[in-house]
Design a protein around this ligand. Structure first.
Ligand code: AMP
Length: 542
């Protein structure tokens, strides 16, 4: 067989030759921007030419501080296809972390959306190694900044030829990189190769995985800096799917629903918090999205109450699990054909089964001894496969690999005999009470089942007698603000969870703090949490 290098240039070939008529739609301040792959390909060639003129060579890192839009997609193609490395910058990092990742990656050029200038401006004078800044704008006035000269994206493109002599690339060369939003210490860089992206894309496309095809209209409401928008942009290119981009209106339920409706989205993707907002909005307005047949949901576990609400709204959720280090797709919530009807919902709520290409096991985190798939034993999820990291950029972090070559995810799970993964918690979030483990995820999901509760996050706080005990931070649904009591929630939980799991305190808050990608930020909750009161300290483990 031929020695064909698996590179992203293949996606470029497909969009050019097979899908030139397929649309890419981006929300704008007023209306939408509409283009096609056919119109985009010459611009991708021009962009590569502009990068070369700026001195970008193979292997150089090119940063992007951009929302989800068509120009970011042009960068997704031009940068790796010319041999450089696309570094998508997380626009919600703290300035010191943003500075760290720009320096660590040694970004040569940064492309920046006009509305994000104030974010980069916090680093004015602090990132001297960045040689050029390129402004992406629609001609609006540029916010004041001290970042020095900025080149204009469209002017750069206009000066270049619409042909580009794409180089022969090696599949093992770096294509892109993303940093994990580290919970402690500095963020860590994960470098994706062309080969890993190619194979990951093939994995995403499979029918038992995310099943993208040419006839689908895909609406990724996942930032393009979060694990390459879960691999969806390249998967759309391979498949020829129409793409809808929300630009900066990602968290806004009315505009998400309107865009999905008017552009005919069939597959949408986002973290649970997005769907909690969308479900609330649909219930309130009576609107529905009948064309959407799959809501891909990952990033954190789907609460049962959310899946049930979405089912009622005619929106079928497909659970997916993964992480930046797994490109990210590791498992999908497909339900095996032999599962009886009355168990289907339970199985859909699991993190599903490993996608083909990824091997998975649960193991004792200390001895690495593999644990049985009996739905009872739980241990750390460890994975291997062609799109799984084996270390970090500039930071080998040998602790993350087992001696026999498995990547340690830090997620704790059980696996049932059919291979469905049931995530119990993150190692660092699990609550150790009197030597026993309490799953913060299960407890949160139980509380979020209460009809008056919008969100609930649970953390363990130090307790003099039990080491740690759970405290729940609860946000009421807007119509029940100030009208829910701790007692009511405790009563609701009675019989649904073990008695000794009942949170020692329930604290009502206005909003659960979120991470840069919309997950509950327990680090922030922990750092700001007052210790238990004396009364709570006196509680016995029930
Ligand atoms: P990140 O690299 O920021 O995407 O974070 C990855 C982490 O998110 C994983 O290690 C899990 O802890 C969590 N996660 C992702 N998907 C799921 C899911 N479907 N269910 C539960 N946790 C998830």
């Amino acid at each position: 067989m031929q020695d064909y290098e698996l590179t992203i240039q293949h996606a470029l070939w497909r969009i050019k030759r097979l899908f030139p008529r397929k649309e890419i739609v981006t929300k704008q301040e007023v209306g939408v921007h509409r283009t096609t792959y056919g119109e985009m390909v010459p611009r991708i060639n021009q962009l590569a030419g502009a990068l070369r003129r700026l001195g970008i060579k193979e292997g150089d890192r090119v940063g992007t501080l951009c929302w989800n839009n068509y120009r970011h997609l042009e960068l997704y193609y031009a940068v790796p296809c010319m041999g450089a490395v696309l570094h998508t910058l997380n626009l919600r990092l703290f300035p010191k972390d943003l500075q760290f990742v720009i320096e660590d990656a040694d970004d040569q050029v940064i492309f920046i959306d006009q509305t994000l200038i104030p974010i980069l401006n916090q680093l004015a004078g602090k990132i001297p190694a960045v040689k050029r800044l390129v402004l992406i704008s629609n001609g609006q006035p540029v916010p004041e900044h001290q970042l020095g000269e900025m080149l204009d994206y469209e002017t750069l493109l206009a000066a270049e030829s619409t042909d580009y002599p794409w180089p022969q690339l090696k599949e093992q060369s770096a294509a892109a990189m993303c940093y994990t939003s580290g919970t402690t210490g500095n963020p860590k860089g994960v470098v994706y190769s062309h080969r890993s992206q190619f194979l990951h894309t093939m994995g995403v496309l499979q029918v038992d995985n995310l099943a993208l095809s040419e006839k689908e209209t895909v609406f990724p409401i996942v930032p393009m800096f979060h694990a390459n928008s879960w691999g969806l942009p390249y998967a759309c290119g391979f498949a020829g799917s129409k793409i809808i981009f929300p630009d900066r209106w990602m968290g806004d339920a009315p505009s998400v629903v309107e865009l999905a409706e008017t552009e005919g989205a069939t597959i949408v993707a986002g973290v649970p918090t997005i769907w909690t907002n969308v479900a609330g909005y649909l219930e309130q307005t009576g609107k529905r999205l009948p064309k959407v047949h799959t809501v891909i949901c990952g990033g954190s576990a789907i609460p049962r109450s959310l899946m049930e609400r979405m089912d009622k709204l005619g929106l079928h959720m497909l659970h997916a699990w993964g992480m930046t280090e797994t490109s990210p797709l590791g498992s999908t919530g497909v339900v095996r054909s032999w599962i009886p009807e009355n168990q289907v919902l339970d199985r859909r709520l699991t993190q599903g089964i490993a996608v083909s290409g990824v091997e998975i096991r649960i193991a004792d985190p200390a001895s690495f001894e593999e644990l049985p798939w009996d739905g009872v034993a739980f241990g750390e999820i460890q994975v291997k496969g062609p799109w799984i990291a084996k270390g970090y950029y500039n930071n080998a972090d040998p602790e993350k690999m087992t001696p026999d070559g498995w990547f340690r995810t830090g997620d704790v799970a059980k696996i049932d005999p059919d291979g469905h993964i049931i995530i119990v918690d993150r190692t660092k979030d699990v609550i150790k009470s009197g030597g026993e483990w309490i799953s913060s995820v299960d407890l949160e999901n139980a509380i979020m089942g209460h009809p008056k509760v919008l969100e609930a996050a649970v953390i363990g706080l130090p307790h003099p007698r039990w080491d740690e005990r759970p405290v729940a931070f609860v946000v009421e649904r807007p119509e029940y603000k100030g009208k829910v009591t701790s007692e009511e929630i405790r009563e609701f939980l009675d019989g649904k969870i073990a008695k000794w799991w009942l949170p020692d305190e329930i604290r009502f808050i206005t909003e659960v703090p979120k991470t840069s990608v919309g997950k509950f930020d327990k680090k922030v909750l922990r750092s700001g949490a007052k210790p238990f009161t004396e009364a709570a300290n006196a509680t016995a483990q029930r």
